[in-house]
Each structure stands twice: as structure tokens, then as C-alpha cells.
Design a protein around this ligand. Structure first.
Ligand code: 5AD
Ligand code: SF4
Length: 591
């Protein structure tokens, strides 16, 4: 169990500005203690504040009841609510915006992975319900929230630098306006709460990935001039009832979060510490969201999670069974085998039936969770994209063992072989870490040879960055010099590019269905879209057969499927000639 830290600890450390609601990793059974400490602090404040607006603000700062912190703990079926039903709860929380004469404008900035993009939408959805307005112009903002990433040191350095810029913005703010409020959200908030509050006095609020429901209260506290924090990790918060507001406006693609957290504890990775335990969003709310997106004309949904294919919904009794969860052949886990629950294949089945014209992708899966049912379904359903991210991390069994990935090089290659045999033409991508603890030149060469053998269509290559708290930080010396890590990463990138160019060249002369996303960034005369394998395809924005069968022509729009004959390829992009507009079902016969 994580040690419980006193909610007032931060307040003692920071004499200038007391911290309110600093709750840390309190297991649910201990949360009542955290509430009583919190409430005591708030009550004192209220007494000191006197009457009028100050008293009102102090009352608001008293924040939610224990029930609020336990919200995620309610049985998933009970917490399944959609915005219209949720107003009663929202009324308990008068956000800072509700106190202001004119609604406060919030500027959100997202760093890191797709989960953070999805979290930004969740945070915004919650703030919108509390009366905030969104601005895309930093200078107009009353509140700036950074949704942060901790995966590598560089990601955190970017945020520290950004905070310096925001310091200037805050100090320049006109005294006729309420002070600019700045918040750190997400993984970095979870990892560095105290450091952020102490070091960066300009930061007003800190909210971990499971604390977004608390944002209106935290901001209300910040309006009283105090710093406010909530980094409580939940065992079951999935924001199932929060309908994200699409930040990308009219984009034909969307992300749907289906699970959060990670139980794998790879030795290099901070994610299990910043995002907490693995938990799955109930299927009913996922299906509802995908249906809604389909009704809005969205043509591609990517199911998101840290370990998306470990999905295991236990929210309904009929999903419970004692059947053990099968793993891919040759794979193991550090945790006790899990049993029961509605699994990923069943979710994919239901999601893909909602709209046969909507493409479904998923990321990021773990190679250990690929039972044959998943491949079979992907083979049968034209709208399940034949694209799989299979993060290998290293091509050396010795390094994989040190990383505690739960597989050998041979088991991974066997899985690649099985995937290709099950899904001919599948597009594969990977994550690779260069220079992990103890990695020798021979280990590195093993990764080079794996890249050649697999020939990925896409790869993300990172230099190892030691993260505090992880097993590698405690047990393994970070003994590969930075220049060696960078040199190896560069070599891996060069090999990947060579192989990807060869893999993409195989598409030349073929006809592919491309979902149009919009104009090409390079030239307004071209359109840009993606094929089934998620590779970018560029083609001229020309009149083409509109696919109606009436002989009429039209230009393609974002959200249209177009048959494109591929004429050239590089490691990252395909180029081609548009033939005609199509549907996904029809294109299944062509491609
Ligand atoms: N250093 C470098 N890369 C890392 N990743 C995760 N933790 C680290 C780290 N400490 C990479 C892994 C993971 C991807 C999201 O980030 O490759 O799959
Ligand atoms: Fe990190 Fe491993 Fe979990 Fe991925 S599977 S989030 S790399 S601990």
C-alpha cells in the first residue's frame, strides 16, 4: 500500500500560499482521513474569511464531500450518466467561472501521447459544464492549463520551460483583471506535485490524471489566492459518463478512451506510477460514445488506452466468470493471472458493428494480449483496420528480461509471424528504446536485426531516460552514456526508414481506400488522408467520379473515402492518383 501523506503537508511547506486539497494516493479506505484533514483546513479559512464574498469563496473552497472523491469508486453501472443527467451533480460545484461576473476563458495546451489529447477533451468537457469558455488565444486566457507528460525527462523539461514563458505572461497581466491562473494537469502533476508547487510559485493548481472532476473546485480555490492540488489516484475512474468535447472541431477522426492505467510495471516506465492501476470503461458507455460520433459523421475512431487489448470490463454480473485470460503464446506477466470480464475481442466486435462505414483502430496494445479471436475478427470486418502497434522495445532477449517485458525476442518474432499469417498485408508499428541499462553493442545489433526482420511501417524510437520510482531507477545502473544512446537511436531510425521505404514501395501500383482528412500541409493543391494501414497518402485535389453511379463528378471532402492508385512511396508517405469516391464496404472488394 502507498503511504498516506497528510493533506496539509504541502501547506506547511509553502508558507506564502497554503495548498488546499493536496490529497495523495490515498487508498479508498483511507480517504475519509484525507477528507477530515481537508475540511478542517477549509473550515479555518472560512472562519478567518468573515462575511460577504470572502465567506462565499471560502465556502466554495470547502469543496466536495467524500462522495465526490469516491465517485470513481461507485459501481460502474451506477456511475453511467450522460451530460443531461449530470447537471445535479455539477450544481454542487460552483467553479471560479460561476463566481466571476464574466465567464472565465480557459486555454488548454496538450503535451505527450494521444491519451493526453483525450484527457484534454475530458477536462474541457468538465470545465465547460462549470461555465468556462474556451479560447484558442493564449493572451485572452484567464486560466492556462497544461496537460503534461512525464514519460521522458525531455517531456518534463519542455513544461518547465513553458512555465517560464507563462511567468512573464502572468506578470504582465493588467492589474484591472483578475490574476491569470495556471494549472498543471496529468502525469507531471502526479509525479511532481510538491516540486511544482514549491518551485513554481506561479502555478495555482495541480491535478493528476484521475482528478479532472475536481477541476472546478480546484480553480475556485485558486481564485481565493491559494494553491490547490488533487493527485488522488483512483482504482476505477474511467470518466465513463463524461462526454468529451472534440477539440479538433470538424475532423472526421476521433479518439475514444476505453481503459486507463497499466499493471505491467515495465522496469523503465513511469506510467503505472502516474496513471495508476489498470481499469476498463464499461462497454455500454463506449458503445454510446461511438454511436454518437457516428451520428455526427465521424469516419474513424481510435480506441485508446495504455494497454488497450488488456480491456476487461467487469461492470456487469453477466461478464463475470472464472475463465482465465489467455496470453499470446510465449508471453507472461509480472502480475497474477486475471480472470473473467468482457474482453477486448468482444468490445471490438460490438464497436465495429455500430457503423460499417466507420474505421476502427486501437492503440496502444501490449503484445501479450493477442488471442486468435482478435485476429479473426480483424480479418472478417472490413472496418477493423489491418494495422497493429506491437511495441517491442528491444530486439535482445537479455534486455527484454531487464525491462521485464514478459517475452523473448523469439516469442515476439513468432507473434509477428502469426499476425502476418492471420492478417495478410497488416501494417505493423513499434516503440523502441535505445540504450537501456546494460545494453551492449551486441544487444543493439540484435535490435537492428529485428528491425530488418520485421520491416515495420512505422516506428517510434527513444533514447532511454531514467525515471525516478521505477524499478530500473532503483535496481539498474543507467550505464550507457547519452552520446551512445543517441548514436544507437539514430542508427535504429536509419534502419527503420530504409525498411519502411521498402515496405511502402510494395504499395506502388495498388489501389487503396483513403479516408480524406483535409488539404495537404505542403500544398493546397493536394489532399491528405490515410490508408487502412494508417500511412499518409497525398493526392491531387481534383474532380473525380463521385461514386454515385450517375456519372457525375465532385471534389473529395474531409470524411470521404477515395480510391487512390499509388504511384510513389517514401518511408513516411505514399502519393497517388484519385480514381473515385467510394464507400468502405465497396472498397473491400477493390483493395
Ligand atoms: N525512456 C525512454 N522511453 C520510454 N518509454 C517509456 N518509458 C521510457 C523511458 N523511461 C517509451 C516506450 C513506450 C513509449 C510510449 O515510450 O517505448 O512504449
Ligand atoms: Fe509503460 Fe510497459 Fe505499461 Fe507500456 S506496458 S505503459 S511501457 S509499463
Amino acid at each position: 500500500m502507498q503511504p498516506f501523506q497528510c493533506a496539509l503537508r504541502g501547506a506547511r511547506l509553502l508558507r506564502r500560499r497554503p495548498v488546499v486539497g493536496a490529497v495523495r494516493l490515498a487508498p479508498r479506505t483511507r480517504s475519509s482521513t484525507s477528507r477530515s484533514l481537508d475540511s478542517e483546513a477549509h473550515t479555518k479559512e472560512a472562519q478567518q474569511a468573515g462575511g460577504g464574498l470572502e465567506a462565499f469563496r471560502a465556502k466554495v473552497a470547502m469543496g466536495p464531500s467524500m462522495q465526490h472523491f469516491l465517485q470513481g469508486a461507485a459501481p460502474a453501472q451506477e456511475s453511467h450518466r450522460w451530460p443531461d443527467d449530470a447537471t445535479e451533480e455539477a450544481d454542487h460545484y460552483l467553479g471560479a467561472s460561476a463566481l466571476a461576473e464574466t465567464p472565465r476563458k480557459v486555454y488548454l495546451e496538450t503535451y505527450g501521447c494521444q491519451m493526453n489529447v483525450s484527457d484534454t477533451e475530458i477536462a474541457w468537457s468538465l470545465l465547460q459544464k462549470s461555465g468556462y469558455l474556451r479560447t484558442r488565444t493564449l493572451e485572452e486566457a484567464d486560466v492556462v492549463l497544461l496537460v503534461t507528460c512525464s514519460i521522458r525527462e525531455k517531456a518534463e523539461r519542455t513544461i518547465w520551460n513553458r512555465l517560464q514563458q507563462l511567468k512573464t505572461l502572468k506578470s504582465k497581466r493588467s492589474s484591472s483583471l483578475a490574476p491569470l491562473r495556471i494549472g498543471i494537469l496529468g502525469c507531471m502533476a502526479e509525479r511532481l506535485k510538491e516540486k511544482i508547487l514549491e518551485q513554481e510559485k506561479l502555478v495555482d493548481i495541480v491535478a493528476g490524471p484521475d482528478a479532472y472532476r475536481d477541476l472546478p473546485r480546484l480553480l475556485a480555490v485558486a481564485e481565493t489566492g491559494q494553491q490547490a492540488a488533487n493527485v488522488l489516484l483512483s482504482l476505477d475512474e474511467t470518466y465513463a459518463d463524461v462526454l468529451p468535447v472534440q477539440t479538433s472541431g470538424s475532423s472526421p477522426t476521433a479518439f475514444v478512451s476505453i481503459m486507463r492505467g497499466c499493471d505491467n510495471m515495465c522496469t523503465y516506465c513511469i506510467v503505472p506510477f502516474t496513471r495508476g492501476r489498470e481499469r476498463s470503461r464499461p462497454i455500454a458507455s463506449i458503445l454510446q460514445e461511438v454511436q454518437l460520433l457516428s451520428d455526427q459523421g465521424v469516419k474513424e475512431v481510435t480506441l485508446l488506452g495504455q494497454n488497450v487489448n488488456s480491456y476487461r470490463d467487469t461492470s456487469e454480473v453477466q461478464f463475470l466468470s472464472t475463465a482465465p485470460t489467455p496470453l499470446s503464446r510465449g508471453f507472461s506477466t509480472v502480475y497474477k493471472p486475471k480472470a473473467g470480464g468482457l474482453r477486448f475481442a468482444a468490445l471490438l466486435d460490438r464497436v465495429s458493428l455500430i457503423d460499417p462505414e466507420m474505421r476502427i483502430r486501437f492503440t496502444s496494445p501490449h503484445p501479450k494480449d493477442f488471442p486468435d479471436e482478435v485476429f479473426q475478427l480483424m480479418r472478417e470486418r472490413p472496418n477493423l483496420c489491418k494495422q497493429i502497434h506491437l511495441p517491442v522495445q528491444s530486439g535482445s532477449t537479455r534486455v527484454l528480461e531487464a525491462m521485464r517485458r514478459g517475452y523473448t525476442r523469439e516469442a515476439y518474432l513468432e507473434l509477428v509471424h502469426h499476425t502476418r499469417a492471420s492478417l495478410p498485408g497488416v501494417s505493423l508499428s513499434s516503440d523502441i528504446i535505445a540504450g537501456f541499462c546494460g545494453e551492449t553493442e551486441a544487444d543493439h545489433e540484435q535490435t537492428v536485426s529485428l528491425l530488418r526482420q520485421v520491416r515495420y511501417n512505422m516506428a517510434f524510437i527513444f533514447a532511454y531516460s531514467v525515471r525516478q520510482k521505477t524499478r530500473a531507477f532503483h535496481r539498474l545502473p543507467d550505464d550507457v552514456p547519452m552520446e551512445v544512446k543517441l548514436r544507437r537511436a539514430k542508427e535504429l531510425m536509419a534502419v527503420f526508414r530504409e525498411e519502411a521505404a521498402a515496405a511502402n514501395a510494395a504499395a506502388v501500383g495498388r489501389v487503396q481506400a483513403v479516408l480524406v482528412e483535409g488539404p495537404s500541409r505542403r500544398s493546397p493543391l493536394d489532399l491528405c488522408g490515410r490508408n487502412d494501414g494508417n500511412v499518409k497518402v497525398i493526392f491531387p485535389d481534383a474532380e473525380m467520379d463521385d461514386g454515385s453511379g450517375l456519372g457525375s463528378t465532385a471534389k473529395a471532402k474531409p470524411g470521404d473515402y477515395v480510391l487512390v492508385k499509388i504511384s510513389s512511396a517514401s518511408s513516411q508517405t505514399l502519393k497517388g492518383t484519385p480514381l473515385r469516391r467510394t464507400t468502405l464496404r465497396e472498397s473491400a472488394d477493390f483493395c
